[in-house]
Design a protein around this ligand. Structure first.
Ligand code: FAD
Length: 336
């Protein structure tokens, strides 16, 4: 068992003991609803990702299915060569017949993500989710995630002070309401949108890649890109954590699949009247005009779309937004 797994297990044991203590010392009686449980505390104040499950030998499984297109029957995925697996995987980006990607399942546990994020996440209908309930689970140390415009500030910056003090006032009020016998499902109404939560997210590779196209894009809120970077890393880490050294090529190849939509289709997919500015759009447009495939977009750096929280805001203020956005902006998508 890796040290990381040991730490997770120890946290679980500690949490269970703490819950049992709470149950036996009578504190539970102060809760209004017997269907209320103490949620495991969240130590991290930023997104963390655990890849709980993924189809083993993913590219060989994909190729085993794809081989049947050409009449070849695979009855043992171990019979698929590395070359065949790589060839079929590369093919998936060239054809609309990408069903073999659906033979690879992935199950992530996302923690330390905001309720704003999970509200957007569950709009995607191509996955199944289970989220930590705020009706039944009482989170004593109600954690609130800081957005990029607060996270980088000094502790005594007035904006940060307002943010932190307000979050603390709400946390104290929530605990007081619960302690006074209010059901959690009522008390949660006070909580901020950035209350941190946990969610299981299970989907398949075809849908995950499609989802990445939308949410690795500068149009999506920055938290998405923080989560995606960790999901991609979790996929890369899987063979290393399991000590499947000779399989690492499969996971590294899959990790390369996740790019913004423009990389996937060779043009910007967000040019509607409600779409926002994008710091790389004008260069994508030029590449589209010249027919340059995204594998050759050397003037666009990954950090520009992945690591810049301001990439969907014009650098010179709102007047510049028409440079890259297609029209004036009657209603810009902000996600809900
Ligand atoms: C940058 C960004 C900004 C956004 N802003 C907003 C916003 O301001 N307000 C808001 O409400 N939402 C917003 N959304 C959410 C968005 O409108 C979609 O609901 C969400 O992204 C799911 O996308 P989807 O339709 O591609 O996927 P899904 O709904 O998961 O569907 C996946 C695919 O399955 C097919 N499909 C699924 N169900 C059906 C069906 N019933 N009929 C036909 N085809 C179906 C479609 O081909 C679709 O492409 C935003 C999303 C993004 C990425």
């Amino acid at each position: 068992m890796s040290c990381r797994m040991c730490a997770i297990r120890d946290r679980h044991v500690e949490h269970r003991e703490r819950s049992e203590e709470t149950m036996t010392d009578g504190q539970i009686e102060k809760w209004a609803d017997p269907a209320m449980w103490l949620a495991e505390a969240q130590e991290e104040r930023h997104p963390t990702v655990t890849l709980l499950g993924m189809t083993d030998q993913p590219l060989r499984v994909l190729a085993a299915a794809a081989e049947l297109y050409q009449g070849r029957v695979v009855r043992d995925v171990g019979d698929v060569s590395q070359e065949t697996a790589k060839r079929w995987f590369a093919d998936m980006t060239r054809t609309k017949l990408a069903a073999p990607l659906e033979f690879i399942d992935l199950h992530f546990l996302l923690e330390g993500v905001t309720r704003a994020f999970t509200h957007q996440l569950v709009r995607q209908r191509t996955a199944v989710y289970v989220q930590e309930s705020l009706r039944f689970a009482v989170v004593e140390d109600m954690p609130v995630g800081e957005p990029p415009s607060v996270a980088g500030l000094k502790d005594d910056d007035p904006l940060k002070v307002v943010w932190t003090d307000t979050a603390e006032t709400i946390r104290v009020a929530y605990n007081q309401l619960i302690a006074s016998g209010m059901p959690a499902e009522d008390a949660r109404g006070l909580l901020p949108t950035n209350t941190l939560t946990r969610v299981h997210y299970k989907t398949n590779l075809r849908n995950l890649a499609d989802h990445a196209g939308n949410r690795l894009c500068t149009q999506a809120q920055y938290e998405w890109r923080q989560v995606w970077a960790r999901m991609i890393q979790a996929i890369r880490d899987r063979p290393r954590e399991q000590e499947w050294w000779s399989d690492a090529w499969q996971y590294d190849a899959i990790a390369e699949l996740f790019k913004p939509a423009c990389y996937q289709i060779g043009r910007c997919a967000f040019k509607g009247t409600a779409d926002r500015y994008c710091s790389i759009r004008s260069r994508v447009d030029e590449h589209e005009a010249h027919g340059t495939p995204s594998s050759q977009w050397e003037d666009i750096q990954a950090w520009e779309w992945l690591a810049d929280p301001t990439a969907a805001r014009p650098k010179n203020g709102p007047d510049q937004s028409s440079q890259s956005a297609p029209t004036t902006q009657p209603g810009r998508h902000n996600d809900s």
